[in-house]
Design a binder for this molecule. Sequence first.
Ligand SMILES: [Zn+2]
Length: 395
Amino acid sequence: MIEFDSIKYIAQSEKTRKSSLYKEDSLLVNLFKHIVSRDFDTQNRIEFLETYSKKIFPRTITINNKENYLLWDTHFWSYFEKFVSILLGLQKNINKEPLKNCFYHNIYKFLSYVMEVDDPIKSFALAKFSQKFSITNFEEEAYTKRELKDFRNINFYSKLFVFCHERTHLYYKFKPPLKRKQDIQTLRKLIIQYIFLLENVEEFSFSFRNNTEKQKYFSYLGYLYDLKDMDLIEEVLCDFFAYRESILYWKQILPNQDVEDTLMALQTSGRMCSTIQGFLKYIMFDWKYPYDNSNYSIEKYKENLNLLHSDGTIRNEIVSNLFAVDCFNRLGVSGICKDYLSGPYIDDVNYLICDCIFANSKTEIDSIMDDIAKMKFSKKQMLDEKDLITGWNDT
Ligand SMILES: [Zn+2]
């Protein structure tokens, strides 16, 4: 994601991790450490490393060609959990204002971190602007016990899914190419089978909103089958095997849970996970265009967003359904989650992104920047002030 000096990054985030309020679930940490301790030979060891920084999405790195780290940025996961609870809340028939306030507060804080290297004054201004949106604790009164359980499950499954995804990347890096070739063949066979099931079997078919959507879906399946983009294929393989592995671990953790429920929960979490990562990336990269170009219209942006989103959505949808086909073959579970392509989260996320990017915040943020300019702060002072506001402590 953002390039950085790996050794320095690890040393620094180790310090911040110690002062962080967010602690990862110890059951997960122990499970992850246990899994990676068995991976690879002594030359290609992986270490699972919890970090706390504002710089990255989950990723793996290799230092000096021999030390491999699966970096687990708990700062990212604390954001993730907030967004899961916001998205679940938006589906409910409750007062949505506190949820939206919490969303904007966190998004402007997130943008403040994104901008701190290139534009410290804007970073400071965004941090100040984030305070305009109050955060109230909406969780307790808004969620039933059942929903809180869903919330915890989504977080748990998502983390398992992301961990297995990142680990599969390392797997391909170090295992002989034959393994990858075999996995590609598995994927292609499943694509053929999925097309058949989609067209002939009720449990697997779903109604597209229109013909264009249907054509796009099928052409994307063809695009994957023809291996047109090998980087994309690796991502798809990592997602697919992450699903396959997650269900195995989940069966070990909860042996009595119905396998169909597990499949549905995994599909929902995998999709939620991709949706949240996707929208953070859109916000991160797209925010500056409409901000800097007053003639960049919301209609134009929506057009692009729909295009991008439908690509991302189709990929998530297809991979999670290929996994359902795989479960059908191996475990005899039939059926897929059908509510995603036209699903509520996507609409909510699209709405929130547009609203956030075109919220007429430019005038206000510009005026905060004018005030900051008058203070004649040094770059360091601005960033320190910003850290105080956002509650970030990396000293
Ligand atoms: Zn990946």
